[in-house]
Write a protein that binds this ligand. Structure first.
Ligand SMILES: Cc1cc2nc3c(=O)[nH]c(=O)nc-3n(C[C@H](O)[C@H](O)[C@H](O)COP(=O)(O)OP(=O)(O)OC[C@H]3O[C@@H](n4cnc5c(N)ncnc54)[C@H](O)[C@@H]3O)c2cc1C
Length: 429
């Protein structure tokens, strides 16, 4: 049977877990840890479609600033307030929102222990805690160094405004250096959208400046499309160097504002943006959910942990290849994890898993590109459904008179996606 998202949602909504008379005490308890793309989406979906579940969301921050559209803040095309949201509407809708640091997961006792020592018991735990940066993986790059060489990759750790201020203050004709990690990492097209949005800013305010992107890999998401756009919109401004051209940064020297590459070249930057290697957030690693890679293996039909029972790990912390680590993907995992948890709690079969992703990127004003995929669980693995996906056409494949309109529409679709996912996550409509 083929289940569309609509039929899955419809089926879920029609199946109460317990008789309504069972009372609040008896309601199965779903606890969601992390109120970002995965967690907030899970809370909203669970609240709307499973009224018989007791839903608690644990999130350390009262306000959530999205990574998506952070690059547009760099460009000066969005303000930080435009991309920052609160949890009040989610709470008003019946999600119990607990703003606290989760200190540990007691998997045996089925409870999350908070930093103040209190415990939140669960029947099923959905973990979407996102990522941590691997401090020290690049020699000299620790949290102190990141004040001078910002990462701008985890908004709660360092707002994108820190990097934006350095970009605004860069001398005329200066060099903006980026260090980009090897796979896997949060948002595969993110660094390249960032290059584009920095170029968009520089073109208007510092047109003699250069961007040097040093990459620890030899290729990247939507590469031909990005490179076509860079040549078209920012000629001569951007140099991208892959690993085989000595692009891997292995060391930073904050005092001298230099980065050192694998084969020993020292590169000076006026502004240096280091995106270091990453792994699943500490709470997931410490709970024994992660493999040696630092990421959490899951069962693809439900996003249940492959290691610890009664816990689902979704979003960036999970190993969900070939899906990218994206907010879109995290939200898609969230819905299946909730539907699966609800089914398991009431002894019903887990619904068939179908996952979706679209990664949009802004590369200039009114210039968007995207990559799309649909995924299924098959034989214990996630696979991309053949023929389901696609990538924006390159310029050569578009009639000349239609190129600008095509790119403009994709930028508009990106804005539409952002508005709809944030409205959904934070129950704004
Ligand atoms: C520059 C950039 C651009 C991006 N653009 C896009 C885009 O256009 N489209 C897209 O789909 N994706 C994009 N992404 C990727 C997207 O941001 C992530 O994939 C997404 O945030 C992952 O969701 P998550 O739920 O796994 O983690 P997060 O959204 O990071 O949420 C994790 C939450 O858990 C909380 N938390 C963690 N540990 C604890 C604890 N111990 N106690 C309490 N709370 C805790 C954190 O505070 C955080 O709020 C971008 C990323 C970057 C960096």
């Amino acid at each position: 049977m083929t289940l569309s998202r609509r039929t899955l949602v419809g089926a879920a909504a029609a199946l109460p877990l317990l008789p309504r008379t069972a009372g609040a005490q008896a309601r199965p308890r779903i606890v969601i840890l992390g109120g970002g793309f995965g967690g907030a989406s899970a809370a909203r979906f669970a609240r709307d479609h499973f009224p018989d579940l007791d839903i608690t969301l644990i999130e350390r921050s009262r306000r959530f600033t999205t990574c998506p559209y952070g690059n547009l803040v760099l460009a000066g095309r969005k303000r930080i307030d435009d991309i920052t949201f609160g949890y009040e509407r989610l709470a008003a809708r019946g999600v119990r929102v607990v703003h606290a640091e989760a200190a540990a997961v007691d998997a045996e006792g089925r409870a999350v222990r908070l930093a103040d020592g209190s415990r939140i018991p669960y029947d099923r735990l959905i973990m979407s805690p996102g990522i941590d940066l691997r401090w020290g993986a690049i020699e000299g790059y620790d949290q102190a160094a990141s004040a001078r060489m910002p990462h701008g990759w985890i908004p709660s750790l360092q707002p994108i405004t820190v990097l934006a201020e350095q970009l605004r203050a860069m001398r005329q004709g200066g060099v903006f250096v980026m260090a980009i990690p090897d796979n896997p990492f949060r948002c595969p097209p993110g660094p390249y959208e960032r290059i584009s949005m920095v170029a968009d800013y520089l073109k208007r305010h510092n047109p003699r400046a250069k961007i040097l992107a040093l990459d620890a890999k030899n290729g990247f998401s939507k590469q031909p499309l990005f490179q076509d756009a860079w040549a078209e919109l920012y000629p001569g401004m951007i140099e991208w160097r892959g690993a085989s051209s000595d692009g891997r940064v292995t060391r930073v020297d904050v005092a001298n504002m230099t980065v050192e590459t694998e084969f020993g070249e020292k590169v000076r930057g006026d502004v240096i943006n280091v995106i270091p290697p990453q792994y699943a957030a500490a709470i997931a690693r410490n709970a024994g959910l992660a493999a040696d890679s630092g990421w959490c293996p899951i069962k693809p039909e439900s996003f249940e942990s492959a290691r610890v029972p009664n816990i689902h790990v979704i979003g960036d912390a999970s190993i969900a290849v070939p899906m990218p680590k994206s907010g879109f993907a995290a939200s898609s995992h969230a819905k299946q994890a909730i539907a699966a948890a609800a089914a398991q709690l009431s002894g019903r079969p887990v619904p068939e898993a179908v996952y979706f992703n679209t990664c949009y990127s802004h590369v200039g004003e009114d210039y968007g590109i995207s990559i799309v995929g649909v995924f299924r669980a098959q034989g214990g693995r996630l696979i991309e459904v053949e023929g389901s996906g696609g990538i924006s056409p390159r310029n050569a494949a578009l009639p000349e008179g239609r190129r600008a309109e095509h790119r403009r529409l994709e930028a508009l679709y990106a804005d539409g996606w952002y508005e709809s996912i944030t409205r959904e996550m934070f129950a704004l409509s």
